[in-house]
Write a protein that binds this ligand. Sequence first.
Ligand code: ADP
Length: 447
Amino acid sequence: MFSRILIANRGEVALRVIRACKELGIESVAVFSEADRNASYVKFADHAVCIGPAQPAKSYLNVQAIISAAEITDVDAIHPGYGFLAENAEFAEICADCGITFIGPSPESMKQLGDKVKAREIALNAEVPVVPGSDGAIESEAQAFELAREIGFPVIVKASAGGGGRGMRVVHNDLNLKNALTAAKSEAEIAFKNDEVYIEKFIERPRHVEVQALADTYGNAVHFYERDCSVQRRHQKLIEEAPCPVIMPETREKLCEAAKRLLKEANYHNAATVEFLLDKDNNFYFIEVNTRIQVEHPVSELVTGQDLIKHQILVAAGLPLSVSQDEIKLNGCAIECRINAENPEMNFAPCPGPIDDFFVPGGFGVRVETFLKQGDFISPNYDSMIAKLLVHQPDRETALATMKRALQEFQISPIKTTIPASLKIIDHPSYRNNQIDTGFLESEMEF
Ligand code: ADP
């Protein structure tokens, strides 16, 4: 087993991993930027190393500084969390070259599945249904026009290297296709230094359903059922829940098995999320694999009683999976609201600043993941997600009642947060009655 792990991340996920390390009897090393010097996660780690100034490029994305910190503190492994370097295959390779275990998949799997065009190929080989679309990258405008007519408008142009909803354009007719191609390509080039794009049928009013899975290095894979992440703004998730409230049991079975097949086909190990769109008739289509632990992983932990971060660490240390598929049971309903430092009344503009008043909800069925404390300052340099509020109850209605009262208890001021927006969403009849799709937030809600 590892004796010391460095967490190449900050904030709530750094604290989440530090907690798992402590419970496993492993020492933790936090890294921090000058802006995070007084952050709680730094204090809770056994060791801490400053890796540079506040700007991410100079600290949390600074591979050299992070590897130096790992060498100085003599760690066996690095946990990348999510974001920053978590899906950077080159970073995983450098870790391996330095004799440090990267807690995640191999660089090869990361490269293959991080490329959405290649991931589609792997899905097809594993007999997993994909969204109808191009066989590979789009080589020419003429090919794009031909394909769009063949699969029928609307279509969506997507970046092969895409992530975070960037490099995506929905196109409703011939007239807009050319512009969408150019726009998606240049956005992808800027964001990912890779302008390759492909085309998919735009599935109308789908739900976003994703399977949490985990594989060891001995060819065993298990799934932890699905999460529904249909409450999105600009393709970014805001509320997630498990299980998906509208999936039929036989579809669930097929979906989860498809996710496992895909990971086996890719020779994958460690945690992954296999994302799908689910249409009105309960047909599902693969869209992408996330080769890391995700923000919303605790939703699956709550309904299965399994600690996914501990599993990640144990599997990375070379142990076989400690749980079998039969032992992973779905229990109740879990919901997560992401609490972002954003102003819903100002088009969700980021709202950094000081936190003078802070109170965290608790009580039966409530779990809060945050690194914040009273007196902290939310830096404009980082992601606006500052806390996750989760509830777990035997059924959805009770879970929603718990979520409502917990959101009402949560105090974070004077900065603006998404708490009022979440309260409105969970009270909306379409959300309550499971009549939503990925377009719900933008088409039916005003803040
Ligand atoms: P990213 O990697 O940028 O997050 P994804 O491929 O995961 O991109 O897609 C993000 C979201 O975009 C999905 O949850 C869904 O709402 C929407 N989306 C993606 N592909 C399609 C599609 N073919 N049809 C309809 N919506 C789509």
